[in-house]
Write a protein that binds this ligand. Structure first.
Ligand SMILES: NC(=O)c1ccc[n+]([C@@H]2O[C@H](COP(=O)([O-])OP(=O)(O)OC[C@H]3O[C@@H](n4cnc5c(N)ncnc54)[C@H](OP(=O)(O)O)[C@@H]3O)[C@@H](O)[C@H]2O)c1
Length: 329
């Protein structure tokens, strides 16, 4: 086995500043939503994390509920950190979140101060960490006053349990409000984590402007639409794919004829460019300078390689972007 970590790990990756903050993130970040719970092989999870770090991916993204079962991705990640990443904590940016259902009763969900603060304490325990780098409110709560949720983020930063505060899945108007509250509290919002891909372009309708204007970063989740924006499903449904695993979030019915026709047309452009569709899909998200990082998932180390190798391929020309947009309409 070669030495870990790889001595040249910082040479291949690009690091992009998150908004107007002091923090740079790798252009490619790795999420632990799938493939890190108790139902997956821990040796594969370990291999993915080591490989990602060796290729310059310094940012790992978690949430309290990642698994299955909920919490198990954090526990498994904590174990791998202790066993394989000794002495490397200061080279890593680790995030977690609270906002979706985590435990029974009225205090294990949404956006109360009660939920956020106890959830972060539990996350730190599961991961065996003293602090996370980024703590997110995972989704807006229509009932809790936004001031209460943002004050909870401000408090955990002041307590040193998180270094930066962040939000996810907030629409443009709510994001603008949250950003203003955090700024007034003296804990600026570091980054927003929306879903953004060639198949999900809502952030272009105002959110990216709000982030750009306020100096807040953007980390785009599911930039490959869970694997649909790759060559994965062009010849049916492979046994080892997310759809075949019975995912609650991605199923065969979502592979409509219309969508797959677009995937085939996009694949043709990627081929003309001499790259894989997955690579073109990531390059497309990163074409906007307001996007700090693309947050991918991976079940195999080769998928991480595809993403990192994209960074040394040509960026998209305006003609290619126009051709892609003609397919997407
Ligand atoms: N804030 C939120 O609400 C939220 C919601 C969802 C996700 N997230 C974050 O975003 C992360 C990524 O989400 P995601 O997993 O949906 O992202 P994604 O990058 O859109 O999809 C990842 C999947 O695409 C396939 N894939 C990746 N690279 C490939 C390649 N080069 N060639 C072929 N297939 C490839 C793999 O599927 P197979 O498994 O089939 O190999 C992989 O598991 C999550 O882990 C989480 O951290 C956040």
């Amino acid at each position: 086995m070669s030495a870990f970590p790889h001595p040249e790990r910082y040479q291949q990756m690009q690091y992009r500043r998150s908004g107007r903050s002091g923090l740079k993130l790798p252009a490619i970040s790795l999420g632990l939503w799938h493939n890190f719970g108790d139902s997956t092989r821990v040796d594969n999870s370990r291999e993915l994390l080591r490989h990602a770090f060796d290729r310059g991916i310094t940012h790992f993204d978690l949430a309290n509920n990642y698994g299955p079962p909920p919490g198990s991705a954090e526990s498994n990640f904590g174990r791998i950190l202790r066993e394989d990443f000794q002495g490397l904590r200061d080279e890593l940016v680790i995030s977690t979140k609270a906002g979706y259902t985590m435990w029974d009763g009225p205090y294990g969900d949404w956006g109360s101060r009660k939920y956020l603060i106890s959830s972060l304490d539990q996350s730190l325990k599961r991961m065996g960490l003293e602090y996370v780098d980024i703590f997110y409110h995972h989704r807006p709560d229509p009932e809790t006053p936004l001031e209460e949720t943002m004050r909870a983020l401000d408090q955990v930063v002041r307590q040193g349990k998180a270094l930066y505060a962040a939000i996810s899945n907030y629409p443009a108007d709510k994001a603008a409000e949250a950003i203003a509250i955090l700024r007034d509290l003296g804990t600026p919002c570091l980054i927003h984590q929306p879903r953004y891909s060639m198949f999900e372009r809502t952030p272009e309708q105002g959110l990216l402007d709000v982030l750009g204007d306020n100096g807040v970063g953007c980390i785009a989740f599911s930039p490959l639409a869970g694997g649909v924006l790759t060559d994965r499903y062009l010849q049916g449904i492979p046994q080892d794919s997310r759809i075949a695993s019975g995912s609650k979030f991605l199923n065969e019915n979502q592979l409509t004829q219309e969508k797959m026709e677009k995937v085939r047309q996009l694949q043709a452009i990627a081929q003309q460019r001499g790259q894989k569709l997955a690579q073109m899909a990531l390059s497309w998200v990163l074409r906007d300078a307001r996007v700090t990082s693309v947050l991918i998932g991976a079940s195999k180390t080769a998928q991480i390689d595809d993403a990192v190798e994209m960074l040394s391929q040509p960026v998209l020309s305006q003609d290619e972007i126009d051709a892609i947009h003609n397919i997407l309409v």
